[in-house]
Design a protein around this ligand. Structure first.
Ligand code: NDP
Ligand code: MG
Length: 401
């Protein structure tokens, strides 16, 4: 009798493992066979070193990295005697990203995720992309690194994952439009005066999805959707006018693709990121996942409405950035990250976030061509600097008033 061939566990790295995407990824890995099926090379976090150490031990990671050098001692102590390598800092993150892995979860939030993800792409890993900034700020460069490494780009953001599932790659010319769905967030039906007065806690309470605080607030301002429009343009090689956004409060239809024969294909499911994560992990197979199944008899209705761009100016700003090209995405994103921090720290109001991003985009223009990673960081830095000045000027004014 022939012995079954020994299956080599697939090597995976989870960057941002302590976050919402990272924790869901480890959960999916454990459902799909854990250590029998996967060899975890790297897990990474920043401030939450206790959880990072626990995760590293539970999944038997080769290395645990915290982005915060001041937390190195804590992590080292928590993992002493475990045999797991410990490292800290930005360079260590890049070094860990360059280790030979088959699959790389890009789950670090913000621009901090760019350098390690580019490194993993260059080295040929399949990239499961949750982080949006890689494409928003450095779309062409990112594609270049993926092509250089030869890995696959598998979108995890639920909308882009949905599109990946229904986008007929054999007939790209038959695709007329991509329709991104948006829940509309917690302030969908507030008027401008009410929106001006909302607190960070109110903005962080997403009606359907459980996510990190930054993306939750970005969902409330629809800056999340703005980033996703730019992300979709780069991912699926679309023109700006082919990307549409529709509000769909139930978050059951995760996005749609419209074809030249009038057909519209949609991907539906309960709002649970584990579907997109599992899809990216098993692609092109379909894994079996313990997510709640859609019950159509219980779904009372599915609603759709046009977003109001006066109340959500972020969508118009995204369209501007898409049409302008160059480094506009990096500028929009850099300014947005500063404005978001300032709102979380209560230095500015909710609606002022979009004002600041618009002013920065007005002043910096396209910022030139995105020819190198240095150019991307320069544009990002310039946008952050200017956004900080604008935040400071507004805070000073509100103290005087
Ligand atoms: P979280 O805030 O929950 O987690 C962020 C992760 O990044 C944590 O592991 C955190 O470490 C780490 N981190 C934070 N700052 C840094 C830094 N400067 N350098 C290195 N690591 C850092 O975010 P989410 O999991 O919600 O989101 C992750 C990414 O995925 C984001 O880009 C988001 O837009 C995208 N995304 C998320 C979705 C979701 O459902 N959550 C859906 C679609 C996209 P620590 O916690 O230890 O400090
Ligand atoms: Mg999304």
């Amino acid at each position: 009798m022939t012995q079954p061939a020994e299956i080599t566990p697939r090597r995976v790295s989870i960057f941002g493992s302590t976050g919402s995407i990272g924790r869901n990824t480890l959960n999916v890995i454990s459902h799909l066979g854990g250590r029998e099926a996967f060899q975890v090379l790297a897990v990474t976090g920043k401030g939450n070193t206790d959880l990072l150490a626990r995760q590293a031990m539970e999944c038997g990671a080769q290395i645990a990295v915290t982005a915060d050098e001041t937390r190195y001692g804590d992590l080292k102590q928590a993992l002493s005697g475990s045999g797991i390598e410990v490292a800290a800092g930005k360079a260590a993150l890049i070094e860990a990203a360059e280790r030979d892995t088959d699959w790389f979860m890009a789950g670090i939030v913000g621009m901090a995720g760019l350098a390690p993800t580019l490194a993993a792409a260059r080295c040929g890993a399949d990239i499961a992309l949750a982080n949006k900034e890689c494409l928003v700020s450095a779309g062409e460069l990112f594609h270049r690194e993926i092509a250089h490494g030869g890995g696959r780009l598998l979108p995890v953001d639920s909308e882009h994952n949905a599109i990946h599932q229904i986008f007929d790659r054999s007939q790209p010319h038959s695709i007329e439009r991509i329709i991104l769905t948006a829940s509309g967030g917690p302030f969908r039906s507030l008027d401008l005066a009410e929106m001006a007065a909302v607190s960070p806690d109110m903005a962080a309470a997403h009606p359907n999805w459980s996510m990190g605080i930054k993306i939750s607030i970005d969902s409330a301002s629809m800056f999340n959707k703005a980033l996703e429009m730019i992300e979709a343009m780069h991912l699926f090689d679309m023109r700006p006018d082919q990307i549409e956004v529709i509000i769909h409060p139930q978050s059951v239809v995760h996005s749609m693709v419209g074809y030249s024969d009038g057909s519209v294909l949609a991907q539906l499911g309960t709002p649970d990121m584990r579907t997109a994560i599992g899809y990216s992990l098993a692609f092109p197979d379909r894994p079996s996942l313990p997510v709640e199944r859609l019950d159509f008899a219980r779904l009372a209705q599915l609603d759709f409405e046009t977003p109001d761009e006066d109340r959500f100016p972020s969508l118009g700003l995204a369209r501007r950035a898409m049409e302008a090209g160059g480094l506009s995405g990096a500028i929009l994103n850099g300014a947005k990250e500063v404005a978001l921090e300032a709102f979380i720290e209560r230095h500015i109001g909710f609606l002022e976030m979009a004002d600041i991003v618009a002013s920065v985009m007005d002043r910096l223009g396209t910022g030139g061509a995105a020819v190198s990673i240095e150019a991307v960081y320069e544009a990002d830095n310039a946008a952050r600097l200017l956004a900080r000045e604008l935040v400071a000027a507004r805070s000073a004014k509100s103290l005087v008033n």
